[in-house]
Design a protein around this ligand. Structure first.
Ligand code: CMP
Length: 138
């Protein structure tokens, strides 16, 4: 079934000049971009977006990292989008990410791992709505 996922090219991916290469890989893998923007999260945004991790020891570091510069936020559509996108990006830790995945190619560490991908259809909808108004999704 065609569905949607939410992604961010994280501050490290933007800083390192990988926006174009990552978007090329995403579209070449059959995802259609239905919403996209360059934006920067505030501390409050990041604390809300990552609230599920707020008890984790790396939470402060994660908020600091995700707010330090612009990100590319996007909504992607494809058959089986959530699962296929997680396959395309690879494991959270780039050291464990399969060859050819976006994190294997562009991530530098567990914390600075280049891209985000939603982990469920429900979270994809919540995360998309966090960043985009209905009229910005096509
Ligand atoms: P992501 O899965 O997109 O969303 C949660 C993020 O928390 C994850 O990517 C990593 O960037 C970060 N993260 C997860 N585990 C750790 C860790 N052990 N140390 C630092 N950051 C982490």
């Amino acid at each position: 079934m065609t569905n949607r996922t939410f992604t961010m090219i994280k501050p490290d991916g933007v800083e390192n000049g990988h926006i174009g290469a990552i978007l090329e890989k995403i579209t070449a893998s059959g995802f259609r971009i239905v919403a996209m923007k360059l934006t920067q999260m505030t501390k409050a945004d990041a604390e809300t977006f990552y609230a599920v991790h707020n008890e984790r020891p790396f939470f402060g570091e994660l908020v600091e990292f995700m707010t330090r510069g612009p990100i590319v936020a996007a909504v992607l559509e494809k058959e089986n989008a959530v699962a296929d996108f997680r396959t395309l990006i690879g494991a959270t830790n780039p050291a464990d990410a399969a060859e050819g995945t976006i994190r294997a190619l562009y991530a530098t560490s567990m914390g600075e791992n280049a891209v985000h991908g939603s982990d469920s259809d429900e979270n994809a909808a919540i995360e998309s709505a966090f960043h985009f108004a209905g009229r910005e999704m096509f």
